[in-house]
Structure formats: structure tokens, C-alpha cells
Ligand binder design. Structure first.
Ligand code: MG
Length: 289
């Protein structure tokens, strides 16, 4: 089951659902017009298969499903508009550590991106040429389902709402220069548009094993990154536990779980596609001037 957010013809944010490749207006289907966003479904604790299926079954039973089909091109928005936090883990795949000449970490490496970075499917990754090399990083995104602090690894999956696709765009030259000066690398990760995300948010229970998802990133159709989430050094429960011992996690927070090897430069005019098995495809163009 694949949920997304889109902008309707009358410029309102709506929830959509992809059923067997057809798109439907879930906001209208649910007769729950007061629920404005996927984040609100999560906060109300109804972003789960039981609720979602009950809505779909109701309209299938009364024969009205086709009334909710979305016609024409869909203007996708990001699946989470206002995450309180976008938390990222660095160097979480051995092959990526090796390509960057980094040691294998003995504990998770946590950093953050700012909210201005969020960019929907089909949005344009934009940056000034003068900052030098900028890279793509395909990642599995985990969206938090409820508030928690000091979450034990054994309980961590109860705090997951669902999964999405992230491209952790990184101003690599700036990041390396800053690291050499022992400066933080926040700015290299936080240009506007540096966090393409979505388009889908997949409910947790739709994916039996999030540690067995294929990741494939292509630039202009050429494969650059190909791996599987089974190769993460620190798995999702550890990543949730680690962050939650520092900060209270909130419904809608996004955790970027790290990128595999194969990072490379993106330049003006490129089309970058990130595909995660069972989750979907995120595509963005690049503009640099
Ligand atoms: Mg990353």
C-alpha cells in the first residue's frame, strides 16, 4: 500500500493512494476532509493497514472507488511537510566507508539536515556552481510514528510509522573542506532542495523486512549506486535507540539511514532517480548555475 501527498487542482494539499498503479484521492475517499496530511494521520495513530484498508473496503463495497480516481498529471508534494527533525546517519555501509577512506564506525554517526531541504518527487535540485562538487546519496528513509525518548532497541520498531526514499544531497567539496578545518558540515547538507524525499510513504506493516530492500540510483539512466539495506552497519532499531537517547523523537521525524557506495557528482541537466524495491521511485532534475 502506497500513500502520497499531492496538490489538487484547487491548490489544496490532499492525500493520495496508489492501488495497483492507479491513483486515488484518499482524502475524499475517507470523508475525513479534516485530516489534512499524512503527518496528521500518523499523529492520530491511524496511519496503519487496519484503518487504510477499512476506508478502501468501504468504497469498494459501495462501488464508488472509481469516483475517487485522480485524473491528469499529479503534482506530488513531499510525504511529510513539517518534520520536527531530519536526522541522518553517516558512514553506515562498509563499502561507503571504504570509498571515503573512513574507518568503520564503532557507534552511529549522527547529524541533521534542516527542513528547508525537503524537495518533492519531480522537484529540481538547485545549487550554485561555485560550491564545487555536489553528490547524490540514495537512502532508506524511516518516518517515526509516535513520540519516544530512551527507546530500547527491542521496542524501536513500534515507533516506526513507515518508509520512504531519501536522496541526501551533499556539497562534497564544501563538506571535505569544512571537515579539514574541524568545522561542522551542516551547511554542506542543508542547501534548499538538498533532501529529495518520497513520493511514497509506505506503512510499516506493508514491508515485512526493511533490512532487505534493494537500493538503485541512476544518473541519466546509468546505474551509480546499487546495494541492499541488509548491508547497513547499524540497523534501524539501533539508529532509533541512538537518537532517542539524545533527543525526544516525534511523530513525523525522518531518519535517513545512510548511503551505500557509489556516490558521485551531479551536474546541471542531470536526471537523478532513486529506486527502492517495495517502495517506489524518486526522480529529480538538477539545476546548477
Ligand atoms: Mg547520507
Amino acid at each position: 500500500m502506497k500513500l502520497f501527498q499531492f496538490i489538487s487542482d484547487d491548490s489544496n494539499l490532499q492525500i493520495g493512494i496508489d492501488l495497483d498503479g492507479k491513483f486515488y484521492n484518499f482524502t475524499r475517499m475517507s470523508h475525513n476532509g479534516f485530516i489534512a496530511s499524512l503527518q496528521e494521520l500518523i499523529e492520530k495513530d491511524i496511519f496503519n493497514l487496519e484503518y487504510l484498508n477499512s476506508v478502501i473496503e468501504t468504497v469498494k463495497k459501495d462501488g464508488s472507488l472509481s469516483n475517487y480516481e485522480i485524473q491528469g498529471n499529479i503534482k506530488f508534494d513531499v510525504p511529510i511537510l513539517n518534520p520536527q527533525k531530519i536526522l541522518c546517519y553517516g558512514v553506515n555501509y562498509v563499502a561507503h566507508a571504504e570509498e571515503g577512506d573512513n574507518p568503520i564506525p564503532d557507534e552511529p554517526i549522527l547529524f541533521a539536515k534542516t527542513q528547508n531541504t525537503l524537495l518533492p518527487h519531480k522537484g529540481v535540485i538547485t545549487f550554485p556552481k561555485k560550491i564545487g562538487r555536489v553528490d547524490h546519496e540514495i537512502e532508506l528513509g524511516v518516518v517515526i510514528g509516535k513520540e519516544g525518548k530512551n527507546i530500547h532497541e527491542n521496542d524501536a520498531m513500534k515507533y516506526v510509522a513507515g518508509y520512504t526514499i531519501i536522496n541526501d544531497i551533499s556539497a562534497r567539496k564544501m563538506q571535505i573542506d569544512d571537515l579539514e578545518k574541524s568545522h561542522p558540515w551542516l551547511r554542506s547538507k542543508s542547501y534548499d532542495t538538498f533532501c529529495p524525499v518520497g513520493p511514497y510513504l509506505i506503512p510499516k506493516d506493508s514491508i515485512s523486512d526493511p533490512h532487505n530492500i534493494d537500493l538503485t540510483l541512476k544518473i541519466n539512466g546509468e546505474v551509480k549506486q546499487q546495494s541492499n539495506t541488509s548491508l547497513m552497519i547499524f540497523k534501524i532499531p539501533k539508529l532509533i535507540n541512538f537518537a532517542s537517547e539524545i533527543m525526544t523523537l516525534k511523530a513525523g521525524d525522518i531518519i535517513c539511514t545512510g548511503t551505500p557506495s557509489g556516490i558521485s557528482e551531479i551536474v546541471d541537466g542531470d536526471i537523478v532517480t532513486c529506486e527502492l524495491s517495495k517502495i517506489g521511485l524518486l526522480s529529480n532534475s538538477v539545476k546548477s548555475e
